[in-house]
Design a protein around this ligand. Sequence first.
Ligand code: ARG
Length: 471
Amino acid sequence: MPVMALDEKQATWGGRFSMQPDALMQVFGESVSFDKRLAPYDLKGSLGHASMLAHVGLISEDEFIEIKNGIDELIEEIKSPQFTWKLELEDVHMNLEQALREKTKAADKLHTGRSRNDQVATDMRLFFKDACFQLKISLEGAMSSILNLAKKYSDLPIPGYTHLQRAQPVTVGHHLLAHLEALGRDHERFSRVIEHANVCPLGSGAIAGSTLPLDREFVAKELGFVNEDGKPLITPNGMDAVADRDLFLEFSMACVTTSLHLSRMSEDIILWNSSEFGFINLPDSFTTGSSLMPQKKNPDSYELIRGKTGRIIGNLQNLCVAIKGLPLTYNRDLQEDKPPVFDSLDQLSICLAVVTESLKASSFNEKNCRKAASDPLLLATDLADYLVERGVPFRTAHHFIGELVSLSEKKKVLLPNLDQEEALKICPHLGDDWREVFDLSRAFKKREKPGMPGPNEINTRLNHWTSILTS
Ligand code: ARG
């Protein structure tokens, strides 16, 4: 069997091989088509690693300068579409190492004390920090749009629903704030993912570190893996560091939770936009027409958010299944871990942008909202509370009001229009003033405790979010 010359062999690991990988295997095994997205993080990680190698004397100061200059050039070159990514070099890591090699022989020392396993883990931790940071900014955009609408219509009454049945009156402010609170939790959740990502795996090598005198704390500091006091944070076990995909799961789950929130909000908006509800007017710019029915204006933007939520959930599922049967440590299956997280980031980012822009141009139809909220049955519970305040046990009060509602249905009159005598026959505890309960502003004013839709309480939450989102 002919022995290949060194430069015909697979550039990084070809030493023990006598044949090039089959063309089919190259296409099957490559990841550069998607992991080239990690190039800025890979270069950053390489620079930190090279700086550490110089610090401990494993490369000379001159070699470090050459590597640094090469990396600085590459940081610019990879921004251009002219930069050629080579499939036969498998992945972003080997492509960049070879590109650096074309600039300086010192590049041959860059991989000292490092494996692609701890390199991938490091790149991804840098990626997750950035991705969460970007998503937090996108979330702030969506939250601001919701907040502005909530402020504009803070006291506009609408029915609140349970089981999609009219339940109790709320205001648009209260309802939109509910969605805002959920996105606020998402914002915090991404901050926690950033904290968890903030630990440096470099120095783990393939699984068992290195015999070389690496300085793990130094490189962790170089790459910004530090706590508030500037103390370096490093992973405590090399096998865990390269096998661990917790962050992938955590990030994907955080994306799932946010997209579920957006999906549920979308469902509210889709319902509100229907002719049956008619509560909200969506802008032409974020709706689409029907190719057949000229009258249609469809809420496709929100339907797509619901749809993309399925895809984002699928990405999490995809990761769980890929990981579940893997023995420690690295197995090539793990190469499949990146497309789902990239996709979740991309899809969630665009969903948040669509919510931000479409809500900016949306308005509520005040007449329809008020009309729906004027349904007196929404205040049946308030009438039970009225009886409680007159000393009737709640269970008994609930029963009385149920009978009054049934009578009003039988008589085909609204609950407050029931004949006084007939009403008293069912419930002798009613005073002369029981119809005053059917006044929405009374209903809201009586709900001023935290979490309720009273006007002052709503303003407190609106101010809370305004100060957070404008600081
Ligand atoms: N492209 C590979 C990945 O993303 C790089 C890691 C390769 N490591 C290895 N031991 N073959 O997973």
